[in-house]
Design a binder for this molecule. Structure first.
Ligand code: ZN
Length: 184
């Protein structure tokens, strides 16, 4: 296993469409292992292969138990509900935006040996499924938001609001606000 460099916004690799995985071989296993190691080192909650320069449909996503799910050739098979939240990306360092996503998302994918399975995720995991799968088609979360903020700017906005009822486009709780620190 080895740590890989995470590409950042502006790198043309992040704008390309990834190819499906056809061979479930050692090379794929190394890719998955590198994605997991690189993600854990960066302290994020999801990482897609193109973020480390590999144009294949492979992502890893942290589930609600803190385990890393390996998703090969993933597709979203259902979306339910809606959630708003701060979203960031390891490829867009120090920038967060308010993004609306479905609240419950089910994906169908293959595991590292090619076996098909489905995984359902709520809230943060649902958000992460959407975010990571978009990377595979060359899209970044910034396309879903008009404004980007640094963590300091978000803290300043929250301090200004004080104990008042938060406006719609703001985290609904301190817990949710802290989650913005998670990058994908
Ligand atoms: Zn991302």
């Amino acid at each position: 296993m080895s740590l890989r460099k995470i590409l950042t916004q502006g790198d043309p690799t992040l704008e390309k469409t990834c190819r499906p995985v056809e061979k479930f071989d050692q090379k794929l296993h190394w890719l998955l292992d590198d994605l997991k190691e690189t993600l854990e080192n960066a302290g994020g909650v999801g990482l897609a292969a193109p973020q480390i320069g590999i144009l294949r449909r492979v992502v890893v996503v942290e589930d609600e138990n803190g385990e890393l799910l390996e998703l090969v050739n993933p597709v979203i098979v259902s979306r339910e509900g809606e959630q708003g939240g701060w979203e960031g990306c390891l490829s867009v360092p120090n920038q967060y935006g308010w993004v609306t996503r479905p609240n419950l998302v089910t994906v169908r994918a293959q595991d590292r040996d090619g076996k098909f399975f489905e995984a359902a995720g709520e809230e943060m995991v649902a958000r992460c499924f959407c975010h990571e799968l978009e990377h595979l088609d060359g899209h970044l979360f910034v396309e879903h938001t008009d404004e980007l903020y640094t963590p300091d700017e978000i803290d300043a906005m929250e301090a200004e609001e004080g104990e008042q009822e938060p406006p719609k486009a703001r985290p609904q709780s301190r817990k949710q606000a802290r989650k913005r620190g998670k990058k994908r």
